[in-house]
Design a protein around this ligand. Sequence first.
Ligand code: SF4
Length: 364
Amino acid sequence: MKITFPHFGHTGVALETLFSKYGVECIVPPQSNKRTLSLGVKYSPEGICLPYKVLLGNMIEGLELGADTVIDVGGPGLCRLGYYAKLHESVLRNMGFDFQMLVFDWQEQGIISLARFIRDLIAPHTPWRQVIADIRFGLFGQLVLMDELEKRVHWVRAREVDKGAASAIWRTAPGRVAAARDAASLKKVRQDLFAELDALPRNDEARPLKVALLGEFFVAIDPFSNMDLEEELGKRGVEVNRAAYLMNWAKAWLFLEAVGLGHGHKVKRAANPYLKRDVSGDAMQSVGEIILHHKEDYDGIVHVLPFTCLPEIVAQNVFPKVTHDYQIPVLSLIFDEQMGRAGFLTRIEAFVDLMERRRWQRAS
Ligand code: SF4
């Protein structure tokens, strides 16, 4: 069996380690690039959202490299995510690929379907306890570490003296974390990476602008889809606090939300005066997080959404009222394959100027 999976946040780090423990070959597609996107666009229905196209492009590249099994994501059917997997599978079969498809529906079965897959198809004689421990290591060891490192990188980037130094270390993280096969080696990787980041020369007197990044989940966490937005803001001395992280989200959905203790309940309460019902996707989060971040005294909000993403378009229509009531600037960036880099950078620079002026006006 040769497994491939699209790049969905850093899940590939954990999946690569997990499958290699069971002797299964992983075909990791190249990091998303122009070719990935043009393949995705070429074989996608017109007008479908950007995440669908990027994920399809990843799968095509994985299958071209010889994979015979594809892992895809599924989800609740309110927006297009509900039919991503079925459509991906039918497009890939029409292209002539021969493969088996494994879909993780995070709301229906979540992690259980991954455990079942390993037990039933890969390692039938491995005790359940071992399978669960291996999955736990990937989720709560490797992926939690990737989230923690990324948050630290955002903090350091806004203060570093040599611009780009934190990003250079961050680029080595996925490979180093994926190579850690047990708790002891993961601990060592954690210590090394944090020590390298902390050793970078930085300006501790700086009071960087603080921006909250929110919006559609995939575009928010995928640097290829959002044109390295966080790095570009960091280069301009802006500290980014992203609302969505893979493991925060997984922990919330798998455990805390179920018992009413998750951050999602706070977000819903905050959004309620403006958006009464869940319109699917991350719209409720986008509206609620603006209000919560305003209370934490952020300088601005960057809202990202794929072109034609209905839930975020609904959120965007609520924003004028929210931003009027809370007096916080919001920059909405819409991403698709037509987005040009020059225009994107100009808009970021103008927004940074606006936030600086606002801070100065408030101080005086
Ligand atoms: S939330 Fe938007 S971008 Fe994401 S799958 Fe749904 S429609 Fe597409």
